[in-house]
Design a binder for this molecule. Structure first.
Ligand code: PMP
Length: 447
């Protein structure tokens, strides 16, 4: 049936669909994307959009990449899926081996699941049960960052900041101790300021001191807190967190669901501080944005605590699609591209281009801050007088609309405008997008 443009949302969206994060009433119709190629998405009405958000931060090498497509097709002809309890398969084994070789030293055991939130759930449950297995069950409190975001399942929401995302579920979330996170934040006078590492590390140390042997682990998004507003941390902070976790004998859990696979300019964000966490969570870029897959990697010491004849020590966690072979095969092909095509070198060039294109915007009085790390460029607009600021600042949808009109898919986090294209973007494509971003930011008052 031909869509009737007059019928609006019901015809274009499918009335039965329930989209994430979508206002139930008065929502704009979603883009009907029918094809992707490289950095571009093509819609049913014949328009082309540059994917400036890497399709929810997952895409790395571009859409419909020939090598990834071929790997997926090959695997589909061989083995599409098999139960991963009591069975194994070559793509899962090879991907785990290659991840262990790439990960910070000491992360030797890989547990698969199927999305970023489950990677975090697995990490929390591993840490919790590790202390029980070790005979220290009183270690049951997690410390997390003030502006954390770790996913939408119940455990992941518990360690995430209390926001509108989690508010309806407060009573079913477990209590977590919060500590200040470094980077750009609003000061008492409402103006943006940089909160430093030492201030935040002192806060963490005070909590570790107070809770003593009750801490199960410290959970961080290393170097870059995404959902909170693309907040960049200095590497000294992460190094300090590692030092404090060692000093107080607790675990460091690094959520690299977003930052992993090059997004901050290193393969893993922990490398900026030369830090190895005890547990790391990976997803998103793991399959280059193709398939839902996650991996939670842990140290040998954690793994060994589960080695027992006693069934009570078993990690009873497994999803139907754990280690899906199609996803693992694409993950392997993606690692080949990282290895063979100097993708990290390409991200370094993109980073330089983002700095050159965005930093001049910092001089505009309505721009609060400009920051760039790896393949992520951020322009934080100072909230207008009386505006909400933060995620619900209504400047976000206005700016997003202006970008769409110019052929650029960008979804600001409220007043935080960010550009995060697939690494496959060419210099010319990035230059064009940065020109559009500059034009929209310069004229933001007129939107
Ligand atoms: N952790 C972090 C740091 C994230 O940014 C996200 C998603 N944006 C998640 C976890 C959850 O991942 P998913 O959406 O795949 O469940």
């Amino acid at each position: 049936m031909k869509p009737d443009p007059e019928a609006g949302l019901a015809a274009r969206d499918g009335a039965c669909l329930w989209h994430p994060y979508t206002q139930m009433l008065n929502r704009p119709a979603p883009l009907e994307v029918v094809r992707g190629a490289g950095v571009y998405l093509y819609t049913a009405d014949g328009r082309r959009y540059l994917d400036g958000v890497s399709s929810w931060w997952v895409n790395t090498h571009g859409h419909a990449h020939p090598k990834l497509n071929a790997a997926l097709a090959r695997q589909a002809d061989t083995l599409e899926h098999v139960i991963f309890a009591g069975c194994t398969h070559p793509p899962a084994v090879e991907l785990a081996e290659r991840l262990v070789a790439l990960l910070p030293a000491g992360l030797t055991r890989v547990f698969y699941s199927d999305n970023g939130s489950t990677a975090v759930e697995v990490a929390l449950k591993l840490a919790w049960q590790y202390w029980q297995n070790r005979g220290e069950p009183e270690r049951r409190t997690f410390i997390a960052l003030e502006r954390a975001y770790h996913g939408d399942t119940v455990g992941a929401m518990s360690v995430s900041a209390a926001t509108s995302f989690t508010a309806p579920f407060g009573p079913i979330l477990f209590p977590v101790v919060r500590v200040a996170d470094p980077g750009c934040c609003a000061g008492a006078d409402g103006r943006l300021r940089q909160r430093g590492s030492s201030e935040c590390l002192a806060d963490l140390e005070a909590q570790l001191e107070k809770l003593g042997a009750g801490v199960a682990g410290v959970v961080v998004e290393p170097m870059l807190q995404g959902v909170a507003g693309m907040i960049v941390q200095p590497p000294e902070y992460l190094a300090g967190v590692r030092r404090l976790c060692d000093r107080y004998g607790t675990l460091l859990l690094a959520d690299e669901v977003f930052t992993g696979f090059g997004r901050t300019g290193r393969m893993f964000a922990c490398e900026h501080a030369q830090v190895a966490p005890d547990i790391i969570c990976l997803s998103k870029g793991l399959t280059a944005g193709y398939m839902p897959l996650a991996a939670t990697a842990a140290t040998e010491a954690i793994y060994e605590s589960f080695l027992s004849e006693d069934r009570g020590r078993t990690f009873f966690h497994g999803h139907s699609y754990t280690a899906n072979p199609l996803a693992c095969a694409v993950g392997l092909a993606s690692l080949d591209i990282f290895r063979d095509e100097d993708v990290l070198g390409r991200i370094a060039r993109l980073e330089a281009q983002l700095r050159a294109g965005l930093e001049p915007l910092g001089e505009l009085p309505w721009v609060g801050d400009v920051r760039v790390i790896g393949g992520v460029g951020v322009v934080e607009l100072a909230p207008a007088p009386g505006a909400a600021g933060g995620y619900f600042d209504e400047v976000g949808p206005r700016v997003a609309r202006a970008f769409l009109d110019r052929g650029l898919l960008i979804r600001p986090l409220g007043n935080v405008v960010y550009f995060m294209p697939p690494y496959a973007i060419t210099d010319d494509e990035a230059a064009w997008a940065l020109g559009e971003i500059a034009a929209v930011v310069r004229a933001v008052d007129e939107l």
